[in-house]
Design a binder for this molecule. Sequence first.
Ligand code: GLN
Ligand code: ZN
Length: 783
Amino acid sequence: MTLTHNLGFPRIGQRRELKKALESFWKGEIDESTLRETGRALRAKHWQIQQAAGLDLIPVGDFSYYDQMLDMSALLGAIPARYGFAYGTVDFATYFAMARGDAAQPALEMTKWFDTNYHYLVPEFTAETRFQLSSTALFEAVAEAQALGVQPKPVLIGPLTYLWLGKERAAQAERAENHPPAVAGCGHSHAAPRVHAAGFDRLSLLDRLLPVYAEILARLKAQGVNWVQMDEPALVLDLPAEWLGALDRIYAALATADAPRILLTTYFGSVAEIAGQLKRLPVAGLHLDLVRASGQLEAFLADYPADKVLSLGVVDGRNVWRADLDAALSTLEAVRAVLGERLWIAPSCSLLHVPMDLEEESGLDPELKSWLAFAVQKLDEVKILGTALDHGRESVAEPLAAARAARQGRRNSTRIHNPAVSARVAALTPGDDQRRSAFPQRQAAQRERFGLPLFPTTTIGSFPQTDAIRRARLQFRKGMIEAAAYEQAMQGEIEYAVRRQEALGLDVLVHGEAERNDMVEYFGEQLEGFSFTRHAWVQSYGSRCVKPPIIFGDVSRPRPMTVSWTRYAQSLTERPMKGMLTGPVTILQWSFVRDDQPRAETALQIALAIRDEVRDLERAGIGIIQIDEPAYREGLPLRKKDWEDYLAWASRSFRIAASGVDDATQIHTHMCYSEFNDILPAIAAMDADVITIETSRSQMELLDAFGQFDYPNEIGPGVYDIHSPRVPATEEMIALLEKASRVVPPERLWVNPDCGLKTRKWEEVEPALRNMVDAARALRAST
Ligand code: GLN
Ligand code: ZN
């Protein structure tokens, strides 16, 4: 019999039960036992769903009250000293202090999990870090599952990945420095953690770490566990040789008679280059992601060791499309002929990254729905494949035919293919991604047109999203107020924002984005080729979930999306009004993307739609247009060798969106949290007239790279941190701008906050911006 299993299940709950329970707990509305009861019920329900799907091994330990990396830190007792944890079991107070910060301590840093939109809490190590078993949650979950008749396969993050994704910190710094709480939402990077000048290498902690892993494994074995899933996704990255070398040592220490059998699990990329090494490891099995890297199979199939199982991930755990079961079966049948029952079947990776159950989407168009598979449906796909292998394709003829018909229907659907769009992409000429003139001419034309002072001031786009704004949007959505009333309400908000900005003395104004729920959803809703779900939530971090739009077909823009709001805003003022758009790479990055054409192709289609909007704004008299690309850096592939290709199509997509305008129209772009050192040429290649970036938290350090590289266009390095309610003093911002002026010539500097202001209150924003304008004026006077 072919063994079928799953690597991880969504934990937030179909109706976001966990989110609601967590937030009530944090507000003090429910007690700890009620929260734990919600967790227990969700685990039981999710195991039962997986068992009903007929899977043989069910992941346990994939549930978490916040994040699986945080759970590992708790299990291993890797609790930074500042949380005051001494010995015993990590309680909720410590656990949530690490996750979210508390009155005394900031949270652990948070960053993106590989190239997903999920964020994990970064383990923090000092040279003194000691590990000790400090949580019983995993063992309790195993017992819980066993009591329910579930065959548990505990999931652990492997030691190599756990250490790799952590970061070193000097012991002094840990005590003294008060680093700002991590905030997610904008472009955290998934790139390899920087080695901090902490005076030690976290790999050296391995000898202290391994005994605790061994202890965990021994306890699981004593509980009757047969298989443990050790996730080592770091193996798909560019790892230094000494890290790869450590792999042998790790698994020699762990894969012993005292431990359950270990399934070493890789995903999100290929491990073909280290196939030989992996095959020699003493573990009992390997898992490969054949969706992201189908080509790696060959390297493993040749002389695959007789003592190991090979688990193949053939159902996409990262996207929402129904699998091509026929193609998957062809692959699996060939492997089965070689490996027999040592072949296992699974999704490519944990299903954490897809929504839970498609059946809940009653409002979705039936045709589109027939093309999709969420977590629950993906389990069925895995099971169908297993049955086909064991009992022949005939035994599952019906579901195979249904899957085939759905795929065929999708391939031929007129809703996917828009000949006008493909024709337009095909007709693109080399000149279409180039502005009419080089930057110096454009700069001259723009200077003449706008006559802005030195150190011009502006903001990044959004102003506070007040309760009144949210209420109006919700009422409109629910049909409780008419379009006219809604429009009037939004115009009122725009007028308010414009008057405030004028009073503050800002040079380039924005309309404030009151009408936008989300910077991607707002555009997706107005573009053809996008669809939206009602309950298809995916965890972003902790209790935060997102509902990414689904790009199912050729993208086009039936009508202008922002022009009327922007034109209205411009009508209220003499000052230049900056139009505000989201860029093609960011729209792509924060959606579920079609899998029947390259991402680059979809990005081009979105770029053309944005290009039309840019030109319509220009035609409506808007002279400055910002195209936000906060997700530009996080789109970088996991392996450096793939960067060049990505950066080429990403920057071209941006230029296509931006290049349809006159020299005197000024194009801005915005990126937040980005580290640019290694991609500055590609940023320069976007050729935006002005780029605004986040720099205040790094004290302008990030700007150094721009100076060294001699970045040619204008730059607005953020001078105040919008993630904090603190109002920065004028002097602080003057100091930052003086620092910036030493790196970038003052004639090319703009003055702005780090990011949009939608999460702030007007009471914070107004004094901060007043001080910012004063800082710019002071610099003008002294330059
Ligand atoms: N224009 C957007 C805003 O101000 C930019 C948001 C972002 O960078 N994530 O809200
Ligand atoms: Zn931003």
